[in-house]
Design a protein around this ligand. Structure first.
Ligand code: V0D
Length: 259
């Protein structure tokens, strides 16, 4: 525990202001499941006259910082939208580069994730992912299987409408098999057919980069979630921003509880 704190201090330039904010946030209930649409990496690069992939690389570093703070705060699940089923339409060189990021990320940070008791998981369509990408992620999932700290859940080649259609297909098959009576189907049972089976619904959705839309992300699961949008581009997203989002969440919860 002390080791974690020391590291956080070091990463954050020994900011005691941040330490105070973290402690204040931890006095109230924190969201159990936070989901983030990590948007604005390409725009971040363009603003600096850099190739788009430089933005994705910078964004990867922010994944690490965000993960460590989420773990420190006692958030149980952090779902990060890293690649959508629509993202294959991007230029091949960009897609190829992005598909190397899990290996680079895990090659550098997997020991740190293990050390900090983080469990790596993934939702999305695995079949279309390059073998090298999938192998790196599966190795990480395997090595962190028994960790019981933060669940770091990557949404990768994920699309929510297709997820729902596929769930309906599985429901139909199970009713035909006799495994499921149609009278038994309710919201909870249906949820168990989604890729997020076993996960609680997100309490808080964060989207960076100024777009105020869901873009086919967790349509079913976000039905009752609080939303927090910011113009900040993902590579500029800092600990301060995550703390601000959680602070807003806590204020909204308090108002709701007060009625
Ligand atoms: C690019 C911003 C880490 C969003 C973050 C393949 C766009 C950086 C991962 C990662 C991506 C995925 C799985 C895993 C470990 C790390 C990642 C993708 C894109 C899509 F087990 N960053 N990152 N994956 N970007």
């Amino acid at each position: 525990m002390m080791f974690n704190k020391m590291k956080l201090w070091k990463n954050q330039n020994n900011s005691s202001i941040l330490r105070d904010k973290i402690n204040k946030i931890k006095e109230l209930p924190v969201p159990e499941h936070v989901a983030i649409i990590m948007d604005g990496n390409g725009r971040w690069a363009k603003k600096r006259a850099l190739p788009r992939v430089a933005g994705h690389h910078e964004g990867m570093k922010v994944v690490r910082k965000t993960t460590m703070l989420a773990n420190e705060l006692g958030i149980k699940t952090l779902t990060l939208y890293a690649f959508s089923t629509e993202n294959w339409k991007r230029p091949k060189n960009e897609v190829d580069y992005i598909m190397k990021l899990p290996e680079e990320f895990l090659g550098t940070f997997l020991p740190e994730l293990v050390e900090n008791n983080v469990q790596v998981k993934m939702i999305g369509y695995k079949d279309q992912l390059p073998g090298h990408t999938l192998r790196a992620i599966e190795k990480a999932m395997d090595q962190t299987r028994n960790n019981n700290g933060l669940v770091l859940n990557f949404a990768l080649n994920y699309g929510s409408r297709l997820e729902i259609v596929d769930a309906v297909k599985k429901v139909i098959i199970d009713t035909q098999n006799g495994k499921l009576q149609s009278s038994e189907l309710d919201e909870q049972v249906f949820s168990s057919y989604l890729m997020t089976a076993g996960f609680a619904d997100p309490d808080l959705l964060i989207r960076t980069s100024g777009e105020i839309r869901l873009s086919n992300f967790m349509l079913w699961q976000l039905a009752y979630s609080e939303f927090w949008f910011t113009d900040v581009l993902w590579p500029d997203f800092s600990e301060e921003h995550l703390l601000e989002a959680i602070e807003v969440f806590q204020k909204r919860q308090r108002r709701f509880g007060g009625i």
